[in-house]
Structure formats: structure tokens, C-alpha cells
Design a protein around this ligand. Structure first.
Ligand code: ADP
Length: 261
């Protein structure tokens, strides 16, 4: 049994440690209910993919996970404790979660190397030499050891996103949160980013991934949650969601995308 199949088997037995637990999470923007009672568990070493139509609340859930947004109801537990509300504790917890955004969010005036070493130096207090070594190792991991001296503007979108992944990894997070990491990319650079993400998954990184890449969700995901109007309408292993969806909403969503297995 492959490592990933093993993770999935553990999941089915519910034996893996829960890294994140969403229990009835509610998020409102004014009168609008963006999250309407979300229940989901993320176990250690799992890749959980959040799919569903635009505006259904997937990114909102990620932003609530790392405290970029507060919630109005329910609970989010991270590594066995409720997410703290006071800013200082929240910052400490957030350091254990790496976040990768659709739009990279790199510092344009810093080289790839400096973008990646910045966090270890300023947040973790590492020496310049240690932070640089770690940044080099992370850039190597994402296949960019020949681009360390490049500024973001001289890199393709796919390369910039790989720098952003390296930057998040340099903080040695316990979980990586990906918010549509390939949506802003040219089609020819999407594959290189997905390959890096697959490699991380194979190494056992716990990942929550908002994605429109159904092939990734089908083949790399261990667990897939289908969102609609602020709720999870169905969740399960990819084989169930993609090959034998239980709800009409999932079937509609997949057929709208032209998913044919
Ligand atoms: P998804 O990631 O599934 O595309 P989002 O989580 O981005 O969806 O958005 C869910 C809903 O919440 C959308 O209708 C969006 O317009 C709304 N929303 C998101 N952020 C805000 C905000 N800061 N203020 C008001 N509405 C928001």
C-alpha cells in the first residue's frame, strides 16, 4: 500500500491525529452569511481539497483558519486547541501555518532568496547565514536554485508562485494552506506548481487546498469537500466524490466543469 493510500485508509478508520477541526463555523459579512455551519476535519499528513463554485466560501474558510478573518459562530481547533483571539497568540499560531495566495504576494524589491529568508530572519530570529542556508534549501526544493538572485518581475508566474511556496516552507509550518495557487497562472506554468505541491504531499505535508484543478483534487487529494453557498454539501475520498457523487449539487458542479473522470 502506498503512503498516500495508507493515509486514506487511516482516514477511513479515523485514526490520524486531527490537525484542524472545523465545527459549525459561521462567518458573516454584514447580513451575508459566507460560511453557514462548516464541519470538516483535517488529519496529519492529509491533502484536503476544497472545491465548489466561485463564491461558495472556500477561500473564506482558509482565511478564517489562519485568523485573517474572525468567525461569528462555531469553533476552529488547530492542533488540539481553539484558535486564540488575541493578536499576539494568534500570530504565534499563524506561524505554524504556511499560506500561499493566488497572487503570490512577493516583495518586488527583494530577490527570490531574500523573499524566502526574510521570515526566518525577522520572525524566527535566525542568523543571516542560517536563514540564507534555509532559503537556499527551500528554493532548491521547489526547483529554483538557479533563480535565487532573480527579482520577482524577472520570473514567470509559475516561478513566482514556487518562490511563494518556498517562502512559506522556510517557516517550517505544520500545515500549508493554498488559496487557488494556480488560478492566476498561464496554463503552461500551472503544471510546475502542481508538481511541487504533489511533491510536498508525497513528503507527508498536511495541506488544505482550494482549487479548481480537478485532476489534482482527484489524484493528489486524500479527502475532498464540496462547497455550495457557505456549506459543505458532500465530503469524502476523491473516488467517491468524482466517480460516485452522492448529491445532485456535486454532480451539477462537476458536469458544469466538464469533468469526465
Ligand atoms: P470562494 O473561495 O468559494 O470563491 P469566497 O470565500 O471568496 O468564495 O467568498 C464567499 C462569499 O463571501 C462571496 O459571495 C464573497 O463575495 C463574499 N465575501 C468574501 N470576502 C468578503 C468581504 N471581505 N466582504 C464582503 N463579502 C465578502
Amino acid at each position: 500500500m502506498s503512503e498516500r493510500n495508507l493515509v486514506q485508509a487511516l482516514r477511513v478508520k479515523d485514526a490520524g491525529a486531527k490537525i484542524i477541526r472545523y465545527q459549525g463555523v459561521i462567518k458573516r459579512y454584514g447580513d451575508f452569511q459566507a460560511l453557514d455551519g462548516v464541519f470538516l476535519d483535517v488529519h496529519a499528513g492529509e491533502v484536503v481539497c476544497l472545491i465548489g463554485p466561485s463564491g461558495s466560501g472556500k477561500s473564506t474558510l482558509l482565511r478564517c483558519t489562519n485568523g485573517l478573518e474572525s468567525i461569528e459562530g462555531g469553533d476552529i481547533e488547530f492542533e488540539g486547541a481553539m484558535l486564540p483571539r488575541d493578536p499576539r497568540s494568534l500570530r504565534a499560531v499563524r506561524q505554524r501555518m504556511g499560506m500561499v495566495f493566488q497572487s503570490f504576494e512577493l516583495f518586488p524589491h527583494l530577490t527570490a532568496l531574500a523573499n524566502v529568508s526574510e521570515g526566518p530572519r525577522t520572525v524566527l530570529g535566525m542568523s543571516r547565514i542560517n536563514a540564507t542556508q534555509r532559503a537556499m534549501a527551500m528554493l532548491d526544493k521547489v526547483g529554483l536554485s538557479d533563480k535565487v538572485a532573480n527579482y520577482p518581475a524577472t520570473l514567470s508566474g509559475g516561478q513566482q508562485q514556487r518562490v511563494a511556496i518556498a517562502r512559506a516552507l522556510a517557516m517550517e509550518p505544520d500545515v500549508m494552506l493554498f488559496d487557488e495557487p494556480t488560478s492566476a497562472l498561464d496554463p503552461e506554468t500551472i503544471g510546475e506548481v502542481l508538481n511541487v505541491m504533489k511533491k510536498l504531499a508525497d513528503e507527508g505535508m498536511t495541506m488544505v487546498v482550494v482549487t479548481h484543478e480537478m485532476t489534482f483534487a482527484r489524484h493528489v487529494g486524500d479527502w475532498v469537500a464540496v462547497f455550495d453557498a457557505g456549506r459543505i454539501v458532500e465530503q469524502g475520498p476523491p473516488a467517491q466524490i468524482f466517480d460516485a457523487p452522492a448529491t445532485e449539487r456535486t454532480r451539477e458542479f462537476l458536469s458544469h466543469l466538464g469533468w469526465a473522470g
